[in-house]
Design a protein around this ligand. Sequence first.
Ligand code: UDP
Ligand code: MG
Length: 340
Amino acid sequence: MKKVCILIPVYNEEQVLPLLEKRLLAVCNPLPYRFRFLMVNDGSTDQSLSILKHMRKRDPRFCFLSLSRNFGKEAAVLAGMDYFHEDALILMDADLQDPPELIPTLLKEWESGYDDVYAVRASRQGEGCLKRATAHLYYRILKKLSPIPIQQDTGDFRLLDRRCVLALRRLREQGRCTKSLFSWIGYSKKAVPFDRPQRAAGKTKWKYGALCNLAVDGITSLSTFPLRFAAFAGIFLFFLSALLLVLGCLPLAWPGGITPLMLLAGALILFLFGMQFLFLGILGEYVGRVSNETKRRPPYLTDCYNERKEENEEMDPSAASDSVMPPAAHRSPHRRTMVR
Ligand code: UDP
Ligand code: MG
């Protein structure tokens, strides 16, 4: 029987977990697969962890991996992938916005040979116009800037074949944007449309600020086009100012005397300052990314896996020069015996 891991990041989801358990079991129990429900507790401060413990007591197929604090959804997903050892992985949110009822369709497409079966939002309920419009715009910008094809209007809800997960966990960059990484790894992809319902209970964890950060991470991790754009704009501005200089030297009679010229000069100065700050910001964004990478911190630290307390071993110094550096815990035989 094939083994399937269902990976769910959980951050303060006490209200929705009991409902999630019920719906997951109703869908998965009749299916001919051996399931493991891996819940990654991303430093919840409510009763989520104790609910997860009770779920495990009721059904040992529920496993929980607790991180040492809140590291964010992207890190929580990577942590779950590091603890994956099945034939396929299904990634979904805890709040039932990714309906478990779609799981049989995802599995069916996987069985027909697709490696990455992703759910596409045909509609989004309960999201304001602003969120819908900005999400729409973001995907289009990402698509334009990205050198690789990006799947539009998809979240993280998807089924990944084992080899996709193994590829994804080799990508251990800081400021992860899983959405662009799914596209980057390639493999055969299949879209499954679904209507995205509202959150079943609780509140969204995303504030607009965090979403903006994620959007910038997504763009800067995928493409260096903004940097090149800054250089092109610099060249354009150089020619523009040369043209103005030539015009200024010509003996032309400017209507209205000096005042319009002063206004023009003021506007030009403001524009140039604005451009400078914008491009400094773009440069800073990439320098920041480089600086974060050079720290080589692990993307997350674990506290416990089920009843077992986890040790986050120190990095192996010999691996420090590798471009791909899985955490030492990932390589250690101690961890391997524990996960299997
Ligand atoms: N989540 C997480 N860590 C965080 C924020 C969110 O693990 O720091 C989880 C959350 O519990 C949920 C999923 O990520 O399972 C999506 O979060 P949410 O529903 O708040 O995002 P939205 O659907 O509003 O984009
Ligand atoms: Mg949600």
